[in-house]
Design a protein around this ligand. Structure first.
Ligand SMILES: Nc1ncnc2c1ncn2[C@@H]1O[C@H](COP(=O)(O)OP(=O)(O)OP(=O)(O)O)[C@@H](O)[C@H]1O
Ligand SMILES: [Mg+2]
Length: 395
């Protein structure tokens, strides 16, 4: 949204005329102009209210330097020569009649600015969705390719485990058999071999190695499952979904993960049902709640709220965890962005979350303050657009 700054005491009284999102600053703020105009796209200055000559010239030099479009109301003709070099639009000083003209002018400039912003946002969105589509294809390929070797490695690992216990059983029977030997020579030789060889130690290690490999395989299977989810594999349909119920059941599902980390507070408004794919939405809540629990160092609070908002429903999940650094905030939805150690996080949870929310034609936002906590807000439309089909298929 365009940031628009007005430096004027007389224009200040007409605050109600300014559109939502414009920032109105009165003459008293002119001292703090450098901070005010930061990021502004348009600045309207009433020369009468803009302080003394020195502060005026500083202000205009700043506007020119920052290349901020300025609309200047010149009331005192003496000001004109001073301001001229910095003025990109000049309006003569008839305040009463001027206002309508001024607001008309400002409105059209702001409309142009916001159209420009929308265009930039659409371009960014396009680049992002192209990147996501390319990444999706890559991920689908990787998931598919990994799945087969993963299958046979898993079954080989089980086979190895069985062989290892068979070898152990055979050794026990051999020892029992040798114990029955009358001369005792074979027993003696066997014991010498056993103490000199590394057989026993190897057999102990084998079991540990197999167990560790199996854990690794479970993790790999989870990653492949996540990648498949990310690339929309699966065919699920939209149905009337009770959001509050779904939140309750998701929290119940995660009871074991949550109970040592946080108290859960529900603040649920009666929001009724919405068109959604329940299993996927549950995945959204699981991902956000799991992250929240992982961000809480000792023990904290988790607040889950729902609110009806026009033709949408807003679900917010707030934690009292470590928070997210400002520079990282915009990266959290990027696939494979993680701050967790290897083996703990893949960085795909929130990428999946966003892709599910977008599939529901919704949006997701995140607010965070380091040391205080993080809030994720998911906004979902009550009704989905498709009219003649009861379900939607994903490739
Ligand atoms: N509630 C939160 N509080 C603090 N940081 C968070 C929170 N949620 C997400 N993050 C940050 O965003 C990063 C990305 O989250 P995401 O869920 O996508 O991946 P992950 O949790 O690291 O791995 P996984 O794929 O297992 O979910 C996290 O590593 C963490 O740095
Ligand atoms: Mg996660």
């Amino acid at each position: 949204m365009a940031k628009f700054v007005v430096v004027s005491s007389s224009l200040g009284c007409s605050e109600d005329k300014l559109n939502e999102g414009w920032q109105l600053k009165t003459a008293d703020d002119s001292q703090q102009l450098p901070a005010l105009v930061e990021d502004a796209q348009l600045c309207v200055v009433d020369s009468n209210s803009a302080g003394n000559t020195e502060s005026k010239s500083k202000m205009f030099a700043l506007l020119a330097e920052k290349n901020i479009h300025s609309l200047v109301v010149v009331r005192d003709p003496a000001d004109y020569p001073l301001l001229k070099p910095f003025i990109s639009e000049r309006l003569e000083a008839y305040p009463a009649e001027l206002l309508d003209q001024l607001y008309g002018r400002v409105s059209s400039l702001c409309t142009a600015l916001s159209a420009e912003e929308q265009l930039t946002e659409m371009q960014n969105q396009l680049v992002r969705s192209e990147k996501m589509a390319a990444l999706g294809q890559l991920a689908a390929g990787v998931a598919h390719e990994i799945n087969n070797p993963l299958g046979f490695i898993s079954s080989n690992m089980n086979l190895l485990g069985r062989y290892s216990s068979m070898i152990r059983d055979e050794m026990t029977s051999l020892e029992e058999f040798l114990a029955k030997e009358e001369t005792g020579m074979a027993v003696l030789q066997y014991n010498i071999w056993k103490s000199e060889s590394k057989f026993t130690q190897c057999m102990e290690d084998v079991d540990e190695v197999i167990e560790e490999s199996k854990d690794g395989l479970v993790r790999m299977r989870e990653i492949v499952r996540d990648l498949k989810e990310y690339t929309h594999i699966g065919n699920q349909s939209f149905e009337a979904t009770d959001i509050n119920k779904l939140l309750n059941s998701t929290v119940n599902l995660l009871r074991n993960e949550i109970k040592y980390k946080a108290n859960v507070n529900f603040d649920l408004e009666e929001v009724g049902v919405i068109d959604a794919i329940p299993s996927q939405l549950s995945q959204v809540f699981v991902n956000i709640i799991m992250n929240a629990c992982q961000a809480i160092e000792d023990f904290g609070d988790l607040t889950i709220a729902t609110e009806a908002s026009g033709d949408s429903v807003e679900i917010s999940i707030k934690d009292t965890g470590t928070g997210i650094e400002k520079e990282q905030l915009e990266k959290v939805f990027e696939p494979f962005f993680t701050t967790k150690p290897v083996g703990k996080g893949t960085g795909i949870g929130l990428a999946i979350t966003r892709s599910i929310v977008e599939r529901h034609a919704g949006s997701i936002r995140v607010y965070s303050m380091v040391g205080e906590g993080t809030t994720f807000v998911v906004r979902l439309p009550i009704h989905q657009q498709q009219t003649d089909e009861a379900s939607v298929e994903f490739e």
